[in-house]
Design a protein around this ligand. Structure first.
Ligand SMILES: NC(=O)NCCC[C@H](N)C(=O)O
Length: 406
């Protein structure tokens, strides 16, 4: 029996993984926001309050919420892998000087495992280490204006992206940008050493694979069909490789690849459409018209067969793949140019479905939310004015581990 079971986007959510925003947020600075894929600087206490409330609302609905930082700690302890983890983290940290590596390693190993995991997420400022100890190489002297020895990982609370669950397996992802690539180390250790997750979990993709793919692009439409965005973050080649591995394991029968183009404003498929009920989806109106969709299915001799869908209409493609007569697409903010653009930017389309027709949304998108209620959905509205500054919503902030089968 696998500890991972995710055969839809909407089956009752039983167990979910999150990360509580931590001190990594206090290492954001205006000069380096682009590099860290952030648009603004949240107020940490406010973000934590909003996040705690988000978790409380899910728990009230009977969802078991577990934390990335805790699972990673348990995994490292269970594998007796503290030094292995620290060595690997340092090798990916960007530190050049051997003497700095030694100092940082000593500091991390002196901490208890939980504290150490949080510190690796927070990063290291230059001021934390006595400069007399390390101005030993030319590289150190050249970089001395940059305030960090090791960058923070401020996007970790978007636990949807570094790895993605599907069926009884997981794809541990190769991320688009260096800043987020470092995040996948925690998933790697969880699926390597955690007593609950190290066995009976299929691995469909690895952080060592070459082509980029991110969890926000990976949607489980049904027990048979995956939907994956070809996007700013996900490369078509990665989708083909993932499809091949998924078919080899007999985990799914079809992968639909949606070409949403390369844009920051809709970086992932789940920023433009999410499934909210058996036959209902939220959608960003900009992608409703002409979208190229490719169907990947198992072909001869282990090959993947690829056919472009004739229809460019999202509603038709989705209805067909779900075996329904029709589906309803609910446009973000009703489809008006200005309101839709604004509410999509604030993650109006990025809902987390916790049971068919029951969704968690930010309260800050009233037009979209009214419309969802008019379509008969039950909304759990949570404040997210600090959380939204990282450009992600309730779906981005959660990685389902177990959903009831439909
Ligand atoms: N699934 C998602 O859409 N996640 C949001 C990620 C936001 C983050 N600042 C990023 O650019 O990767």
């Amino acid at each position: 029996m696998s500890a991972i079971n995710v055969t839809s986007e909407i089956g009752k959510l039983k167990k979910v993984l999150v990360h509580r925003p931590g001190k990594e947020m206090e290492n954001l600075m205006p000069d380096y926001l682009d590099r860290l894929l952030f648009d603004d600087i949240p107020y940490l206490e406010g973000a934590q309050r909003e996040h705690d409330n988000f978790v409380k609302e899910m728990e009230k609905e009977g969802v078991e919420v577990v934390y990335l930082e805790k699972l990673a700690t348990e995994a490292i302890d269970a594998g007796d892998a503290k030094e292995e983890f620290v060595d690997q983290w340092i090798s990916e940290s960007g530190i050049v000087s051997e003497s700095v590596k030694t100092i940082v390693k000593e500091q991390l190993l002196a901490m208890d495992t939980f504290e150490m995991v949080l510190k690796t997420m927070e990063g290291f400022r230059r001021t934390e280490i006595n400069s007399e100890n390390f101005a030993s190489s030319l590289a150190d002297l050249m970089e001395s204006d940059y305030p960090f020895l090791v960058d923070p990982m401020p996007n970790l609370y978007f636990s949807r992206d570094p790895f993605a669950t599907m069926g009884n397996g997981v794809s541990i992802n190769k991320m688009f940008a260096e800043t987020r690539n470092r995040e996948t180390i925690y998933g790697h250790y969880i699926f390597k050493y955690h007593p609950e997750y190290k066995e009976n979990v299929d691995k469909f993709y690895s952080r060592d694979d070459e082509n980029r793919i991110e969890g926000g692009d990976e949607l489980v439409l049904s027990k048979d069909v995956l939907a994956i965005g070809i996007s700013e973050r996900t490369d078509s080649r990665a989708i083909e490789i993932l499809a091949k591995r998924v078919f080899e394991k007999g985990a799914f029968k079809e992968v639909l690849a949606f070409d949403i183009g390369e844009h920051r404003k809709f970086m992932h498929l789940d920023t433009v459409f999410t499934m909210v009920d058996y036959d209902k989806f939220t959608i960003h109106p900009e992608i409703e018209g002409g979208l190229r969709v490719f169907s990947l299915t198992p072909g001869e001799n282990g090959e993947v067969k690829i056919v472009e869908k004739e229809s460019h209409k999202l509603s038709e493609v989705l209805a067909q793949s779900l075996g329904l007569d029709s589906v309803t697409l609910i446009p973000c903010a009703g489809g008006g140019l200005v309101d839709s653009a604004r509410e999509q930017w604030n993650d109006g389309s990025n809902t987390l479905t916790i049971a068919p027709g029951v969704v968690v949304v930010y309260d800050r998108n009233p037009i979209t939310n009214d419309l969802l209620e008019k379509h008969g959905l039950r909304l759990i509205k949570v404040p997210g004015s600090e959380l939204v500054r990282g450009r992600g919503g309730p779906r981005c902030m959660t990685m389902p581990l177990v959903r009831e089968d439909l």
